[in-house]
Design a protein around this ligand. Structure first.
Ligand code: NAD
Length: 498
């Protein structure tokens, strides 16, 4: 059995049976059978049937939020807004747009070849069995959205939740079991990645993985054996850049929420705060004061802002990283330790300053409630500092001059960048989600997410009645044809200079 432990109280809240590795062959066989049937269902009907999860979810908002809260350690209201609402909103969005995105036959202009009565169409087809491997930090909304997109596109899904959040994984399976889908179209397997990971990768047509960069790289290496396609949604070290003309009151609150929501266990968390030298002291004083006001407690108690981290291992990682930062010269302004008032895995909301962008605390992901603050002189310097990092998931620029903000945004090497916002763009179902550099490969959500779970099929149609010009025999008459081709090729030279 895999036990689920409440990280705030250390109580066992339930358990699921581990999936034996020997069962995977049967699971994939059943998945393939279900997928074949499902692919025959018209796209609009598939979308209509999948969106029915929203009806099921709407009857249990509080139960689901509470379950996530208990399993991950975040306040239930936060779980509702960031996870349950996120699923309902995105599922409805995908239902409303999928036919437009995947259902259209795209006719492609072919230039010269059209004169030979040829035309090309591109349509989107399902891929097959998609394996969704989820992380622990948003165990409901992240895999759920990936499963919804995969299903609407005509695939079947084998889903492996994190071993830390098996009950939320089980809940997802139960929700899909309640709607009208072919049997085995969605199947959930439980177990550690080290045991189940390789056979899942070997058997699936595609893996959508969300988790750490180290695991993502292992998955991609394994996928190379079978050329299993991968979408990797990995770690981050998002920066928030604040210029003096920003709405500073809003920016302080954004930094506080952006760093400490979900106890800092967010891939897109504000992890690096770059403050312009003219506002550095005042901004930081205010932020530290407001951080001290946060209430950290058992998350199911009323009015709690910050709950627990997921487990001892993650907490130790944060503790070690912060200690290493202090040794490097970082200065703690608030927090900087495990919260001594709890037996559970609570780490205090922490703000530390760093002198140099090269320090490990600035460069490496610390997956917990830890913010590192740096000072900058001007825009060129800050762009360089922000981009000098292995990760590229999200970042934000804060200024009241929107054109200036956009200009800076264009220089930052991340998958998403916000002007005057933090973190929340994961919730925007129609926009692409994904990173650059060590933050990953591929995009989920929106149109690009649907492209990721479907394959383009190019259909070329020929209504030419004669043999094609380039066919054999390569005799004397062929030379004339070649001359004609040369004339055409010469006409394709672009002559005007820019
Ligand atoms: P993790 O890499 O430890 O685990 C993620 C999942 O991978 C789990 O289900 C785990 O069981 C599985 N796994 C582990 N080894 C595997 C293997 N060899 N083969 C296949 N699967 C394997 O990550 P985590 O601790 O659950 O999540 C935290 C990390 O995820 C952070 O780095 C965070 O930044 C990142 N994350 C990224 C995003 C994003 O959208 N980019 C979102 C959430 C979390």
């Amino acid at each position: 059995m895999i036990k689920s432990i409440n990280p705030a109280t250390l109580e066992e809240i339930g358990a699921v049976e581990e999936t034996p590795i020997e069962k995977l062959d049967e699971i994939f066989e059943n998945s393939r059978k279900a997928q074949k049937m499902w692919a025959k269902v018209p796209l609009a009907e598939r979308a209509r049937r999948v969106v029915d999860v929203n009806r099921v979810i709407s009857t249990q908002f509080d139960d689901i939020s509470h379950l996530i809260s208990q399993e991950v350690g975040k306040p239930p209201d936060e779980a509702f807004v960031s996870e349950v609402y996120g699923v309902a909103d995105s599922t409805f969005n995908y239902y409303s747009n999928v036919v437009d995105i995947l259902g259209r036959e795209e006719e492609v202009p072919l230039g010269f070849y059209e004169s030979l009565d040829k035309r090309s169409l591109i349509i989107r087809k399902p891929i097959g069995v998609i394996c969704v491997i989820g992380p622990y930090n948003y165990p409901f909304t992240i895999p759920f959205q990936q499963i919804v997109q995969s299903l609407m596109a005509g695939n079947s899904v084998v889903f492996k939740p994190s071993s830390e959040t098996v009950l939320t994984g089980k809940k997802i399976q139960e929700i899909f079991d309640e709607i009208d889908l072919p049997e085995n179209l969605v199947q959930t397997v439980f177990g550690s990645g080290s045991k189940l990971g390789n056979p899942l990768i070997d058997n699936a047509e595609k893996v959508i993985f969300t988790g750490s960069t180290a695991t993502g790289k292992r998955i991609m290496q394994r996928g190379a054996n079978t050329l299993t396609d991968v979408d990797l949604e990995l770690g981050g070290k998002s920066a928030m850049i604040v210029f003096p003309d920003a709405n500073l009151e809003r920016a302080v609150l954004a930094a506080r929420w952006g760093c400490f929501t979900n106890a800092g266990q967010v891939c897109a968390s504000v992890k690096r705060l770059y403050l312009h030298k003219d506002i550095y002291d005042g901004f930081l004083d205010d932020l530290v004061r407001k951080t001290k006001e946060l209430k950290q407690d058992i998350p199911t108690k009323p009015n709690v802002d910050v709950g627990a981290m997921i487990n001892e291992e993650q907490l130790n990682w944060v503790e070690k990283s912060v200690k290493a930062g202090i040794e490097e010269g970082a200065e703690i302004l608030v927090g900087g330790r495990r919260n001594p008032n709890f037996e559970g895995y609570f780490y205090e909301p922490t703000i530390m300053t760093a002198e140099s962008n090269d320090m490990k605390v600035v460069q490496e992901e610390i997956f917990g409630p830890v913010l590192v603050v740096l000072k900058f002189e001007d825009e060129e310097q800050v762009i360089e500092m922000v981009n000098d990092n292995q990760y590229g998931l999200t970042s934000s620029v804060w200024t009241e001059d929107i054109e200036f903000g956009k200009k800076i945004a264009e220089e930052i090497n991340t998958g998403s960048i916000m002007v005057n916002e933090v973190v929340y763009t994961f919730a925007l179902a129609p926009t692409p989600w994904g990173g650059t550099k060590n933050s990953g490969i591929g995009r989920t959500h929106g149109k690009l997410g649907f492209y990721e779970v479907s394959r383009p099929l190019h259909i070329n149609i020929d209504e030419y009645k004669e043999p094609d010009l380039w066919w054999m025999p390569y005799d004397e008459s062929y030379k004339e044809i070649i001359e004609n081709f040369k004339n055409i090729a010469s006409s394709l030279v672009v002559k005007d200079n820019y």
